[in-house]
Design a binder for this molecule. Structure first.
Ligand code: SAM
Ligand code: MD0
Ligand code: SF4
Length: 362
């Protein structure tokens, strides 16, 4: 069975859902290594050896939602929260820009403080960070109304990140408790219409089946997402999933994340795929790069009190989520940090392509 899929890969054919299933189901270590090798070859063909670096700026950990997997859910009262001020945010963003990241990811819990006056605080923040750093900006605000997305796009936000976590509706409703599937998808479609690039994401180890992962990858192929990710669920104290096993029903642990990264690379060769430092810190970077990722996310500066999501503090104060250390690992893997110009060009070309296909479809 695997032989057939690998043959198809050599002939550069598009992967269908059956092929995706076959690859996700690989068990033999030699086959899995072959999968990772194929993903690296595809990355090299499409992106060369350059990798993009994203600075992560989680500026408010207050949230009105109750996602069962997340430590920042409203019902978790055993957590210290913060809301950074504009000067604090600009200082951290400036520091990361000078260190050499290619983008600033402005992330928040669904904090109503930023919703006042038609989302003006969030929109102003986006504009200010863009002006301060001169870098592309991603906003990860949760689900916000179309008018807010329009305001963010007008303020210069390049990306909207908004993750479904799964495309299985029943699993979705247990994970993102009290939130509907469709408005979350609709926010991404609005961002596309407003000319923004969009990131979609999945969680591994939350009770999904291989079928669910294959459905999600097939759905991602069909949607205009520019960056696609998967992260392994990290159980959080103070949440209903605190004692959940990290092992998915298929029993594959971290391997599910790595195999999915590789399959995403093969199924969607021209999309950006992150290796997040948030799940296993710097020690987990090499495996994710070797599986075919081409963006390193969750670079966080020390000494600012800024937190991660899956891991609030792992590797942050130790200054291990840094451009310098990430660049060393890239080099070890035969890769290199892209130039600012390369990332700017990629964004420009991608937006132009989007414009062309939207016009074409109209
Ligand atoms: N609040 C916004 C939202 O939910 O869209 C943006 C930030 S949210 C904190 C970013 C993502 O972190 C989630 O979509 C989820 O994929 C990931 N995440 C949250 N808790 C996690 C956990 N315990 N383990 C792994 N990833 C997690
Ligand atoms: C990351 N902790 O990249 C961040 C976060 C939100 N856009 C991204 C999940 O791993
Ligand atoms: Fe809030 Fe986002 Fe966490 Fe859900 S995942 S509880 S929306 S911060």
């Amino acid at each position: 069975m695997p032989q057939g899929v690998f043959k198809k890969l050599e002939q550069d054919n598009t992967l269908g859902r059956e092929d995706i299933m076959a690859l996700l189901n690989l068990r033999d270590p030699a086959d899995i290594q072959r999968l990772f090798r194929a993903a690296r070859q595809t990355r090299k063909r499409v992106f060369g050896t350059s990798v993009f670096l994203y600075g992560f700026l989680y500026f408010s950990t207050h949230c009105r939602n109750n996602c069962r997997f997340c430590q920042y859910r409203r019902a978790n009262t055993g957590l210290e929260r913060y809301r950074k001020t504009m000067p604090e945010i600009l200082r951290a963003a400036g520091e990361m820009a000078r260190a050499g990241v290619h983008l600033i990811d402005l992330t928040m819990g669904e904090d109503p403080q930023f919703y006042r006056s038609g989302f003006l605080p969030l929109i102003n923040l986006t504009r200010a960070v863009k002006r301060e750093t001169g870098l592309p900006v991603m906003v990860s605000p949760g689900v916000v109304p179309d008018t807010a997305i329009e305001g963010l796009a007008a303020a210069g936000a390049d990306w909207l990140a908004c993750y479904q976590e799964t495309y299985n509706p029943a699993l979705y409703s247990t994970l993102r408790q009290g939130q509907d599937f469709e408005p979350r998808m609709a926010a991404k479609r609005t961002a596309v219409r407003k000319g923004m690039l969009v990131e979609e994401g999945l969680l591994a180890g939350v009770g999904e089946r291989i079928d669910d992962l294959a459905d999600a990858i097939a759905a991602m192929q069909d949607n205009p997402f520019d960056q696609v990710r998967i992260m392994t669920f990290v159980p959080q104290p103070g949440t209903p999933m605190a004692t959940a096993s990290e092992e998915p029903a298929s029993g594959a642990g971290r391997l599910t994340e790595l195999k999915t990264i590789a399959v995403m690379r093969l199924a969607m060769p021209d999309r950006l795929i992150p290796a997040s430092l948030d799940v296993d810190g710097l020690d987990g970077l090499r495996d994710r790069l070797n599986a075919g990722a081409n963006v390193v996310t969750s670079i966080v500066p020390p000494g600012t009190g800024l937190a991660g999501v899956a891991h609030k503090s792992l590797d942050i104060e130790e200054a291990r989520r840094s451009v310098a250390l990430v660049s060393c690992i890239l080099k070890d893997c035969g890769l290199e940090t892209a130039s600012r110009e390369q990332y700017g060009n990629w964004i420009r070309e991608r937006k132009a392509l989007r414009h062309k296909t939207t016009i074409g479809a109209a």
